[in-house]
Design a protein around this ligand. Structure first.
Ligand SMILES: Cc1cc2nc3c(=O)[nH]c(=O)nc-3n(C[C@H](O)[C@H](O)[C@H](O)COP(=O)(O)OP(=O)(O)OC[C@H]3O[C@@H](n4cnc5c(N)ncnc54)[C@H](O)[C@@H]3O)c2cc1C
Length: 445
């Protein structure tokens, strides 16, 4: 435990910003994306470079302060903050540099997805990332990285070339296929366990930035047919087509992003758009960067959120129908949804044991999600999510997406499966034997 005096002295020389309890801005600095999480750290430090990260980590270890590392602050269970410890917040280490000739992006440890998208597109390039631009590159990448281009270009980690990190003992280390390859394997799926990532290098793809994107929406009584239509789109569509099924209280929609030419998209989407007809069809040609911001507001900071997901090989209509009944029954004042994403394509072209990430052999990713504001609904909505997920869990494959695990202290072995978990334990013993980095889905050394 650090005394107030020690913390004030540290703040006086720290290369960056230090926010302590009682300081202006403390209540803003301690907030994370999920409003359900309300913690009071002893200090929030914002280094402006790698030196500051090393200094902060050393101070925390010397004073036995628990360390929480924050990239974009979007951890669902709030793992990027803590009570009484030190939050090392990388939000002063933003920015993405693109080398257009080598098609490489270097993303600093605190960058957000929107920065990577903007910098890559400015050079006519792209890296596949997630669907909400204010999410952190760090947390998303260290867990895997699902998104609208995943069937064409894979998960974000499949495009990762190197990570620079500060390890528990304060060393600066680089991990890639050539340098510390075993660490690089573990960073791609269990990465929050091994150090503080200060930069990421991604390989980029040429991408002109024009996509066909939007959704067809149908009344919920067409659910069975829409599920069949969705399955057909996933099974027979090209990898440029990313369909998502969204089951709401009164309607069901298939959202699509097609990254091929507008002509090819028109052909590939003709059957999907003709069915019904839909009550709404918002599919149109637009810039990729516009599509990448469309969910930002709906998923803004400050709401309460809980979810449970699984990877499945089949999508039985009966199970979706039972979930739809539960979606309609969720408590008033709650945004409840069942979401199903197409899997496969480039994701499946990487061997299952090629990275620590688990779940590449699935055909679909399925998730029950609730967002609300009234804290009185916390219990009911958690229960709603769990009950809804029970309907698809009988079809779940081994492995879970670590970034979707919305509770701290979950069964982490089940995220990776036994063989990978043991391999990760060996890595953890090598790189963080004292478990300094334990505010994550923790691999126990
Ligand atoms: C609105 C929203 C939309 C989302 N959309 C998607 C999506 O489209 N695709 C997808 O795959 N996931 C998505 N997610 C899940 C997201 O990938 C995870 O929540 C991810 O952990 C967020 O990363 P972050 O840096 O913002 O989070 P943080 O809360 O900052 O960190 C998450 C974890 O990573 C660790 N960490 C953060 N930065 C570093 C670092 N530099 N070095 C080492 N460890 C670090 C933290 O300690 C913590 O354990 C979404 C989440 C939200 C809330």
């Amino acid at each position: 435990m650090a005394s107030d005096q020690a913390l004030r002295a540290f703040a006086g020389t720290f290369p960056g910003e230090v926010v302590l309890p009682g300081d202006d801005g403390y209540d803003t600095a301690r907030v994370v994306w999920n409003r359900m999480v309300d913690r009071r750290p002893a200090a929030v430090v914002r280094p402006t470079g790698t030196d500051g990260v090393v200094v902060a980590l050393r101070f925390a270890r010397e004073h036995e302060l628990q360390v929480a590392v924050r990239g974009g602050g979007h951890s669902l269970p709030g793992l990027s903050t803590c009570d009484d410890g030190m939050v090392i917040d990388l939000s002063r280490m933003r920015g993405v540099d693109v080398d257009a000739e080598r098609r490489i992006a270097r993303s600093h440890g605190g960058a957000l997805l929107g920065e990577l998208d903007d910098a890559a597109q400015a050079a006519g390039l792209v890296c596949p990332v997630g669907v909400v631009s204010h999410t952190g590159v760090a947390g998303l990448t260290l867990g895997g990285g699902m998104g609208r281009l995943q069937r064409r270009y894979g998960l974000t980690i499949d495009n990762l070339r190197a990570v620079e990190l500060v390890t528990a003992d304060g060393r600066r280390v680089r991990a890639s296929e050539d340098e510390n390859p075993e660490l690089f394997w573990g960073l791609r799926g269990a990465g929050a366990n091994f150090g503080i990532a200060t930069a990421f290098e991604f390989a980029l793809h040429p991408f002109d930035g024009t996509v066909t994107h939007g959704a067809v929406t149908h009344p919920i009584d067409r659910l069975d047919d829409v599920v069949a239509l969705f399955r057909e789109a996933v099974e027979s569509g090209p990898d440029q087509l990313m369909p998502t099924l969204l089951v709401g209280r009164t309607d069901v929609s298939i959202s699509v992003l097609h990254s091929g030419s507008p002509e090819q998209a028109e052909r590939d989407l003709a059957e999907l758009r003709a069915f019904g007809p839909p009550i709404a069809d918002t599919i149109e040609v637009k810039p990729y960067l516009v599509a990448q911001h469309l969910a930002d507001e709906e998923m803004e900071w400050g709401h309460r959120f809980y979810m449970k997901s699984a990877f499945v090989r089949e999508l039985p209509t009966d199970a979706v129908r039972r979930c739809a009944e539960l979606v309609a029954d969720a408590s008033a004042g709650t945004e409840s949804v069942l979401s199903v994403w197409a899997w496969g394509g480039a994701i499946a072209s990487v061997p299952e044991d090629g990275t620590a990430f688990s779940g590449r052999e699935a055909s679909y990713w399925i998730s029950a999600e609730a967002q609300w504001d009234d804290l009185q609904l916390d219990g009911a909505n958690r229960e709603w999510v769990r009950n809804t997920a029970e309907e698809f869990m009988p079809y779940a494959l081994d492995g879970r997406y670590v970034n979707d695990v919305a509770e701290a202290g979950a069964d982490v072995r089940s995220v990776y499966g036994d063989a990978k978990y043991e391999r990760l334990v060996a890595l953890k013993r090598a790189w963080d034997p004292d478990n300094v980095f334990r505010l994550n889905q923790n691999i126990q050394p």
